[in-house]
Design a protein around this ligand. Structure first.
Ligand SMILES: C[S@@+](CC[C@H](N)C(=O)[O-])C[C@H]1O[C@@H](n2cnc3c(N)ncnc32)[C@H](O)[C@@H]1O
Length: 426
C-alpha cells in the first residue's frame, strides 16, 4: 500500500541525509535552525492504524481486522465517534483544531498528510502560527499542552491591531501565543504570569524582556504578590491592556462540561485585577462553549460584572483560518474598554471553511477572499522524520522553502507582504 512506502527506515535515511543535528552548545543563527521537530512514539497497533488511514480519512477507513484489535475502535465503530478521530490531515485544506492531544492518533486529526507518523511539535506550532524562532521548553508532555492550548499568534495579532498600543500584562500566559500576537501588533508586554513552571520556562526563554511570575491566581496570597509585582512594574504609569486566556477545560466542547470545575472561576478572578489596575482595555480569549455554560448565565454574569466596572464590551467569535492560521479553530474574544470607543472588527483576510453534512463536504466559502492557508503550505518544507523520532534542534536549509506562509514563519517576509501577496494571487 502507498502509505507503507513512506514508513520507517526510508524516512529515517531521508531525514539523516537532509538534516544536521546541532548540539545545543553550538546553536547557530536562528534562520538556520529548526526547533522542536520531534513527534510522539506510537504503539504497534497505533502504527497499523496510521498506515491504514488515507489523507483526509479517519477511523471509518480502517479495515475490520484492525478495528477488532482495539476496544476503543470497536466501540467507536459500533456507536459512532467524531469524524476527526484517528484522522489524517488533508494537505489541500487547513488542519482541524490542534488540541493538546496531538501525541495520540485517536483524539483528533494529527496524522501527517504524507508520512506514517503523528505531526511533530514544530508542525503543530506551524499550524498554530507560532514563528519558527519560538522554541517550546519544559517536559515533553507539557509542550503538547503549551502548543495545543495557545491562542494562535496570527489570530491574537489581528485583534491586537485594533486596540490602542501600550503597556500590557498577560494573565494565564501559557507558552505565550496570545502575547506573541499582541507583540506582533505592537503592544509591550511588561509582565506575564502562569501557575505552571513549564509554561513559565517557555514564556521566559522566548520573551527575555518580560517579567514572568509563576503564580496560582486561585490563592489570594499569590494573587496579592502578583498585583504588587504588576504595580511595581508599572511605576505609576497606566496599564493600557489586561489580556488573558483563563483555562477553558470547564467550557470546552472537546471534553465533558463540568460547571463545577474550579478553573471556570478563574475567569471571574480576572475581575479582581481589572478593579485594582483599571486597564484601559481588557482582552480575554476562550472557547465558544463558554457562552452556553449554565444556559448562558455564566457568560452573561461575567459581562454584566465587567460592564458594572465601567467597561463597554464587544464579543467576537473568530475563525482562525480567516486570519492566516492554517487551522480550523473557533475562539471567542471579549474585548472591553473604558474609554467609550467602539473597537473595529478584526480584518478578515482569507476565506473560511464551511462545514458540510459530512466532513467530506467541508469546503472553502465562496466569499471572494483569497483561500485559507493549507496544511501543505504550512509544513511541506519540514524534513521527513520517522515515527517517534526527530530532534530538538536541527539545521534548517532555506532552499526547502515552498510557500509564503513558510517564509512568514521563518521571518523572511513581513505580515504586510504575506497578506498583500495572497490577495494579489487571489
Ligand atoms: C488556555 S491556557 C493559556 C494559553 C495562552 N493564552 C497562550 O496563548 O499560549 C491557560 C493557562 O492557565 C494556566 N492556569 C491554570 N490554572 C491557573 C491558576 N490557578 N493560576 C494561574 N494560571 C493558571 C495554565 O497553566 C495554562 O497555561
Amino acid at each position: 500500500m502507498l502509505w507503507e512506502s513512506l514508513s520507517g527506515s526510508f524516512v529515517k535515511r531521508f531525514f539523516v541525509t537532509l538534516t544536521t543535528i546541532i548540539p545545543e552548545a553550538e546553536e547557530q543563527a536562528p534562520e538556520k535552525v529548526l526547533y522542536n521537530h520531534a513527534c510522539a512514539t506510537l504503539s504497534e497497533l497505533d502504527m497499523e492504524v496510521v498506515r491504514n488511514v488515507p489523507p483526509g480519512g479517519n477511523w471509518m477507513d480502517l479495515p475490520a481486522a484492525t478495528v477488532a484489535k482495539s476496544a476503543r475502535l470497536t466501540q467507536i465503530k459500533k456507536s459512532g465517534g467524531r469524524t476527526t478521530y484517528y484522522g489524517r490531515l488533508n494537505e489541500e485544506m487547513p488542519s482541524y483544531t490542534v488540541n493538546t492531544y496531538f501525541n495520540r492518533p485517536g483524539n483528533g486529526t494529527f496524522i501527517h498528510p504524507k508520512q506514517n507518523r503523528l505531526i511533530s511539535m514544530r508542525e503543530a506550532a506551524r499550524l498554530q502560527s507560532f514563528p519558527d524562532h519560538y522554541r517550546f521548553r519544559g517536559s515533553v508532555s507539557s509542550r503538547y499542552k503549551q502548543i495545543g492550548n495557545a491562542v494562535p499568534p496570527l489570530l491574537a495579532r489581528s485583534i491586537g491591531i485594533k486596540i490602542r498600543k501600550g503597556l500590557t500584562i498577560d494573565l494565564f500566559c501559557g507558552a505565550g501565543g496570545l502575547s506573541e500576537g499582541l507583540e506582533q501588533a505592537g503592544h509591550t508586554i511588561i509582565l506575564a504570569s502562569d501557575s505552571n513552571p513549564n509554561m513559565c520556562e517557555t514564556y521566559r526563554s522566548n520573551n527575555p524582556k518580560t517579567k514572568v511570575i509563576q503564580t496560582d491566581i486561585n490563592k489570594s496570597e499569590d494573587a496579592d504578590i502578583l498585583l504588587e509585582n504588576i504595580q511595581s512594574k508599572l511605576r505609576g504609569r497606566s496599564l493600557k491592556l489586561l489580556a488573558g486566556g483563563p483555562p477553558c477545560q470547564g467550557f470546552s466542547t472537546a471534553g465533558k462540561w463540568n460547571p463545577n470545575d474550579v478553573r471556570n472561576l478563574l475567569l471571574f478572578k480576572t475581575l479582581d485585577f481589572v478593579r485594582v489596575l483599571e486597564p484601559e482595555y481588557v482582552l480575554l480569549e476562550n472557547v465558544p462553549g463558554i457562552r452556553s455554560m449554565q444556559k448562558g448565565k455564566l457568560f452573561e454574569s461575567f459581562i454584566t460584572s465587567l460592564e458594572a466596572e465601567g467597561y463597554k464590551t464587544q464579543i467576537y467569535l473568530l475563525k482562525a483560518e480567516q486570519f492566516g492560521v492554517p487551522q480550523r479553530r473557533r475562539r471567542v474574544f471579549i474585548v472591553a474598554n473604558r474609554n467609550g470607543t467602539f473597537i473595529k472588527d478584526p480584518d478578515v483576510r482569507l476565506s473560511s471553511i464551511v462545514r458540510g453534512k459530512t466532513r467530506y463536504d467541508a469546503h472553502i466559502s465562496g466569499d471572494g477572499l483569497p483561500p485559507p492557508v493549507t496544511v501543505s503550505e504550512a509544513i511541506s518544507d519540514l524534513p521527513a522524520i520517522a515515527s517517534g523520532e526527530g530532534h530538538e534542534v536541527v539545521e534548517y536549509v532555506t532552499e526547502w522553502l515552498n510557500s509564503d506562509y513558510q517564509r512568514l514563519m521563518r521571518g523572511m517576509i513581513s505580515f504586510k507582504d504575506f497578506f498583500g501577496k495572497r490577495t494579489e494571487q487571489g
